[in-house]
Structure formats: C-alpha cells, structure tokens
Design a protein. Structure first.
Length: 200
C-alpha cells in the first residue's frame, strides 16, 4: 500500500462528514461480494479512528452490530479483522432511524429533519464524522452534506447490483484528492465535491 496522504484540515468550526464504501469494478456495493483482507481492514480501521463518531442508517447499524458487537460478534472472524472490530466497537455512533425505538452500543438515535440534524452534528467540535452504507449517503448527497467520498474499488466483476446513489436527482461533481493501491489490487480513491461547503 502506498503512504496514506494527510487529511485536509477544514476550518470554519465544523467537522467534515466523510463517506467510504466498497464497490466492485462493475459498480456493485453488496458487502457480501467484496474481497476482504487484513490490509483493507486496517485501512477501514484507520478511517474510523480519524473520526469522532460514526453516522449510520438503521440497516448499516444493525449489520455492524450483528458482526462486531461483543460478545455476539466474537468468534469466527479472521484474526486480521480484530483491530477493525475493536475500533468500531469503541466508536461513538449516531443512528438515523424512525423505525427503531432505542439504540445502545455507544449509540444515539437521530430523528426529525435530516438536514438540520446532520448540520448540527457537523457543527460540534472534533475531527470529523464517518459514514458507510447506501441509503443514508444517497439522502445526504442530495442535501450536499458529504464533504469527502472514498470509493474502495475491488478488482472483481459480479454482474449484479445494488449500485451506489441509484435515483440521485442531480450530478455531484468531484475532485480526486488521493489514491491508495493495495496488495489485493483494490484501489481506494478519495474525492471532494468541487463546490466547497467550507467557505466562511
């Protein structure tokens, strides 16, 4: 893997919302078809460690909880996945959901107007927010609230979906700011929106 480039330091008293997703060469974002190895899990753990909190929709939260919350999530994982599991277990989590009555696992529910709620989280002091998933990022891309997009492209063609940002109503033009190559052949490409949300 090439050296990780430094993160941009944002100003204006807000913390950036960073989004990362694994995707195949033909655009599938189904987590079950990805190629997972220790190097990619280290990269994901490093991403999470650079944020103050995670932002999830209900589906992603429940999937992560089932896989990584101890003790239910322990056992059966490759040893190289354990640093990622520990990082995500310890992280503060915000869950956007109108269906869940309560959450725990170091988590808090986010309800009401999505734009206002996420803007409020971004105004809190800290290094940043980190998000995965599919449906919530679509909604936040529509609102122009995502400040960094990372696509970890796996060298695999699967021939089916789901695909990212299906139904997006407008283009989001991006600028490539970094590129990381992994031993598996995967490539992590990080982008920022061309129109800055950070002008004071």
């Amino acid at each position: 893997m090439v050296e990780r480039p430094p993160r941009r330091r944002y100003s204006c008293g807000v913390r950036p919302l960073r989004y990362s997703i694994n995707v195949t060469l033909d655009g599938c974002c189904d987590h079950r078809v990805g190629i997972a190895d220790e190097e990619l899990h280290r990269h994901a753990a490093a991403n999470i460690a650079q944020a103050d909190a995670l932002l999830f929709g209900r589906v992603t939260y429940e999937m992560m909880e089932a896989a990584f919350r101890p003790p239910a999530g322990t056992g059966g994982r490759p040893e190289g996945m354990e640093p990622f599991a520990r990082t995500i277990d310890a992280a503060k989590k915000y869950v956007v959901s109108s269906a869940l009555d309560r959450v725990d696992w170091n988590a808090a529910l986010v309800r009401g107007d999505l734009a206002k709620a996420v803007q409020q989280l971004k105004r809190e002091s800290g290094k940043g927010l980190f998000m995965g998933g599919v449906k919530l990022p679509l909604a936040l891309a529509e609102l122009g609230l995502i400040d960094e997009y990372e696509f970890v492209v796996r060298p695999r063609v699967v021939g089916h979906g789901p695909t990212l940002f299906a139904g997006l109503s407008k283009y989001v033009d991006l600028t490539l700011v970094s590129r990381l190559e992994f031993g598996s052949g995967a490539v992590a490409m990080r982008y920022e929106p061309r129109r800055s949300h950070w002008a004071c």
